[in-house]
Design a protein around this ligand. Structure first.
Ligand code: SIN
Length: 306
């Protein structure tokens, strides 16, 4: 019998608990990622890295909204050649599965970055096909089932490591996109990235973010993300990682009941502190005990009506 009720297995990765650090929150540093592992996360995901370095947008890149954060950083990153040595080092430091988020401007680029990340030691790659505002990458790929299929197929051909696909909520039918990703060979689906949003300063009468449009995360998007997970689980067999506004253990349990095998936490970390992982894991454990479940596996998708 499994003695750890929180352990979960997905996409070939063994997680000691279902909480993971979401991409984008803590950047790339192996030390800060390991601090999150020590604080209780079951896995960590880096900020997205591309084939070549990218400066990103000028400030302001982040703005506080009522129930969340709107960001448009513009995918700033050191490029995979530079980051590969950090990945090698991270593998000697990290005590939990290490997932490298990658993006590209073509299927070939996604495949090249994923291959380099995997070769350097990433335990899995998460494809960012859902950044809502950088041109010719992100959601411009993830909103198009044909392009998405090409990207996933090429990445799968380039590496034997698990391939997780992070989906955009900014689509008409997320199930159609999830089905395409699953058919192309995705090992897991992260649902979802940020919701397209804008903030305007009444004083200056201008948009606040330098890029004008950004992506909303945090409690404001939770019901949308939860619906995405529910809809995907109903129709698609590929394991799901829930992401979007998860702040409390109850949020995490709701995502698992909707169909997620694990959850990612991002904005809550920016707004609280790393203890959020332990607090959420303790709450899930207490919930399982109270409801007399032996493991979270018993409650994955339990809220589905059919
Ligand atoms: C950014 O770097 O602007 C955010 C990336 C994302 O939302 O995927």
């Amino acid at each position: 019998m499994n003695s750890n009720p929180l352990s979960t297995r997905l996409a070939g990765l063994e997680l000691r608990n279902p909480t993971a650090l979401a991409s984008g929150i803590l950047g790339y540093s192996p030390e800060s990622l390991q601090r999150i592992a020590e604080a209780g996360a079951g896995a960590v995901v880096t900020k997205s890295v591309g084939l070549t370095p990218r400066v990103g947008y000028p400030n302001p890149t982040v703005v506080q909204a009522n129930c969340g954060i709107i960001n448009a950083m513009g995918l700033p990153n050191p490029g995979i050649a530079e980051y590969a040595s950090e990945i090698r080092y991270a593998k000697t430091v990290l005590t939990v599965p290490f997932i490298v988020s990658v993006y590209g401007y073509s299927a070939e680029e996604y495949a090249a970055v994923a291959k380099a990340a995997a070769t350097a030691g990433a335990d899995a790659v998460e494809l960012n096909v859902s950044c809502p505002h950088v041109k010719e990458t992100g959601s411009e790929i993830g909103q198009n089932p044909k392009l998405l299929t090409q990207v996933i197929r090429q990445v799968k051909a380039a590496t034997s490591k698990p391939v997780i696909v992070k989906l955009s909520p900014n689509v008409t039918d997320i199930v159609e996109i999830a089905q395409a990703a699953s058919a192309a060979g995705a090992d897991a689906l992260t649902a979802v990235n940020t919701v397209r949003a804008i903030a305007i300063d009444a004083e200056t009468a201008l948009p606040i973010l330098s890029n004008t449009r950004g992506g909303l995360s945090g409690p404001a998007v939770k019901p949308i993300a939860l619906r995405c997970v529910y809809d995907i689980y109903e129709k698609v067999k590929t394991p799901i990682i829930g992401c979007g506004g998860i702040t409390t253990w109850k949020d995490a349990v709701e995502f698992i009941l909707a169909g997620a095998s694990a959850v990612q936490i991002g904005t809550a970390l920016a707004q609280k502190n790393p203890a959020v992982f332990q607090t959420i894991n303790r709450g899930i454990t207490a919930y399982l005990k109270k409801k007399k479940y032996r493991s979270i596996k018993e409650i994955v998708g339990k809220a589905q009506r059919n």
